[in-house]
Ligand binder design. Structure first.
Ligand SMILES: [Zn+2]
Length: 208
């Protein structure tokens, strides 16, 4: 890869945008008003905007290894807070993907140093769903299922936050769990029953 190509690509991109909309960057410079917060994996194959067909200004993005929502992660929590409370997005998406290296690493027992603490959060998901996962004999299917359950638990982690609870009450904000299939390019809605989870866990996690 020639890194100089990036700047050439950028020039072509500017030309392409201006050809369609001459005041494109003037508008972009005025500010952002995204409807959606996307929390996805850092994996280079899973680009947030591209796979949804969205452009600059349309989605607020946070990516980390294995699309985690961790209550003690100041970075992730700041993104959620800013997007939900200040940008007032109406949808929050956690998007996992099959063949996720982070989820795979969590299923193995190698000591990965500084990564251990992060992967432990995925191992916690495995522990919570141990019976279901251990009943799956095919390793590949088990791996896919952990990807899906991880998305589901990260959605639950979002519901535990005061910002999401408040926005749900005030304007009906919704949390969605999706999986991107890197083998087909398809985006799959896990159809997580947000209202059910809210009801189920509110007894414990409710914040005024
Ligand atoms: Zn991944």
């Amino acid at each position: 890869m020639n890194i100089d190509n990036v700047f050439k690509n950028n020039e072509t991109w500017i030309k392409d945008k201006l050809a369609i909309e001459p005041d494109y960057f003037e508008k972009l410079g005025k500010g952002q008003n995204p409807e959606l917060l996307y929390i996805g994996c850092s994996d280079s194959r899973v680009t947030a905007e591209d796979l949804m067909g969205l452009g600059p200004g349309e989605v607020f993005v946070h990516r980390n290894i294995a699309n985690m929502v961790v209550g003690t992660d100041a970075n992730g929590m700041s993104v959620v807070n800013y997007a939900v409370t200040h940008l007032k997005v109406n949808h929050v998406v956690v998007c996992g993907h099959y063949a996720c290296g982070g989820v795979k690493a969590a299923m193995e027992s190698a000591d990965l140093g500084v990564l251990n603490g992060w992967l432990r959060n995925i191992r916690d998901v495995y522990r919570m769903h141990k019976d279901e996962l251990n009943a799956i004999k095919c390793e590949e299917k088990k791996y896919d299922r952990l990807v899906e359950l991880n998305v589901q638990e990260q959605c639950v982690n979002l519901i535990k936050t005061a910002a999401v609870q408040k926005a749900y009450r005030e304007r009906g904000l919704k949390v969605h769990g999706w999986v991107f299939d890197v083998h087909t390019g398809k985006l799959i809605d896990l159809k997580i029953d947000f209202d059910k989870y809210l009801k189920d866990i509110m007894e414990i996690y409710h914040l005024d």
